[in-house]
Design a protein around this ligand. Structure first.
Ligand code: HEM
Length: 451
């Protein structure tokens, strides 16, 4: 974990300094429950959703099913011939080096394994996903120390501020590592740790359940739907621009600026400022906060307004629906940190101009220790629901309702301040494959190879 975070920091620093990103090759190998059973690895006591596989959960997840009960839009992963047993996630500094890495794996795996699918995923300019928004701005901060005794994630908030017990950077919720990796203390209510989440089998220690979803995106459909929303509001005598409305659907402007901090337009200074771009909690405002910067100097981070009623960020906006922070939900705010996952979304597919008919979208990868309490809960109980975490409609970006033409109504407070319940129909995120996998630690992987 410390090594992975170190690599991430190196990349981030290089990007911030405008220097070339250092060539760090990486490879992760994750296994489905079926594959582990065939390899003879003991999994008794493993997460029951992992054991059953994602196909069994599709009614809950909301992907449309055909008459054969198989997902109608999946390209692979749903038949015996295309079942996902292994997921290899590789990173390289350039496409040619990734291709040669890929050929090497194919050579190693050739006996007994067949290639089902290969996606070339990459970070687009400014980390923007295909609807044009900066992604990966919000991540939980993992509690814990590196071997040298320093915290795993930077803790810049002054230690005499009680918020330093709850947050790493301002607004970045600290979460006990047992929420993401087996064998550590788990997140429960409050700031003290829960009991150690023991792995069901010793070889699974330091491993994590990996939820893989291949989500096709249709930027043109999304654009048309936002345009439809704009036209509907115009028919009600309200004026709202396209960008203003799309920012309300996500909860951030395209450059990552939180709408709650800059309701009238993006402010790149805030969007790029890691001390500010997550410093909000919806239920109440944040007082100013003192932080120590990397060069040792101190700085006061400005106060942020609250937005308990969703006048600035609608209650069903994507980032609010899937992480209500200290805001309203049917669960109670103290339960919210337990739902957090480590998300790694990477875009796949070519730009529209290069390949207008091609597939494109997001490879959604999320690491966690309880699929039902984390991914499944967030997708089905919150994103898909019109009544939870609040009763303002489902998540406008990722909700699924088991049909190919979902009907949605969403409520927006338009610039005039009046609330409007608006139709917002169509489908712009289409799941085309997925599986629950287990990502072992290097030690677990060695045991697996020896078995
Ligand atoms: C194509 C599909 C998706 C798109 C386009 C998308 C887009 C975004 C964007 C633009 C953000 C704001 C940047 C950030 O805060 O990191 C975000 C945040 C987030 N998304 Fe998604 N997302 C997608 C799928 C999903 C799925 C499937 C889930 C979980 C089931 C999810 C969970 C989250 C979470 C937890 C956050 C952070 C919220 C916060 O802490 O404030 N997203 N997403």
């Amino acid at each position: 974990m410390a090594k992975a975070l170190h690599h991430r920091d190196l990349r981030r620093e290089a990007k911030q300094q405008g220097e070339p990103v250092p060539p760090i090759a990486s490879l992760a190998i994750a296994f489905s429950a079926q594959a582990l059973a065939r390899l003879g690895m003991p999994t008794a006591g493993a997460d029951p959703n992992f054991d059953r596989g994602m196909l069994q959960d599709l009614r809950t997840i909301g992907d449309p099913l055909g008459e054969d009960d198989l997902p109608s839009d999946w390209r692979f992963g749903h038949t015996d011939e295309t079942r996902i047993d292994l997921l290899l996630v590789g990173g390289e500094s350039s496409e040619p080096s990734l291709n040669s890495l890929f050929e090497k794996w194919c050579g190693i795996l050739s006996s007994g394994w067949a290639l089902v699918h290969w996606d070339f995923a990459r970070r687009r300019e400014d980390d923007k996903e295909f609807f044009g928004f900066n992604d990966g701005v919000s991540q939980p901060g993992i509690r814990g120390l590196r071997p040298d005794g320093t915290p795993l994630v930077n803790r810049p908030i002054s230690s005499d501020d009680p918020r330093s017990l709850e947050f790493a950077r301002p607004g970045q919720r600290l979460v006990w590592p047992g929420n993401f990796i087996l064998g550590y203390q788990r997140e429960v209510e409050g700031n003290s740790p829960g009991s150690i989440f023991e792995p069901p089998q010793s070889w699974m220690r330091n491993g994590s359940y990996l939820v893989y979803r291949r989500l096709n995106q249709n930027p043109e459909r999304f654009r048309e739907a936002v345009e439809g929303l704009r036209a509907y509001l115009a028919s009600q005598g309200e004026i709202a621009s396209h960008d203003w409305l799309s920012a309300r659907l996500v909860g951030r402007w395209k450059d990552g600026t939180p709408v709650v901090m800059s309701p009238d337009g993006p402010n790149t200074e805030i969007g790029k400022d890691v001390f500010r771009n997550n410093n909000f909690r919806y239920a109440f405002g944040e007082q100013e906060i003192k932080v120590t910067q990397q060069d040792g100097s101190t700085r006061i981070v400005m106060a942020t307004p609250g937005d308990p009623r969703g006048k600035l960020i609608p209650l069903m906006a994507h980032i609010r629906q899937i992480n209500p922070r200290a805001g309203q939900s049917e669960e109670g705010a103290e339960q919210h940190p337990q739902k957090l996952m480590l998300r790694r979304g990477v875009t796949f597919g070519k730009e529209i101009e290069e390949d207008p008919e091609g597939e494109r979208g997001l490879i959604f990868l999320a690491y966690q220790t309880s699929i039902s309490r984390q991914f499944l809960f967030v997708q089905s109980t919150w994103a898909n629901s019109a009544n939870a975490p609040t009763s303002w409609g489902p998540d406008p970006i990722i909700s699924q309702d088991g049909t190919a033409s979902p009907k949605r109504r969403i409520r927006v407070f338009v610039p005039s301040g009046r609330p409007h319940d608006c139709p917002f129909n169509g489908r712009w995120v289409i799941p085309t494959a997925g599986e629950y996998l287990f990502l072992p630690s290097l030690t677990g992987l060695k045991e697996l190879c020896q078995s």
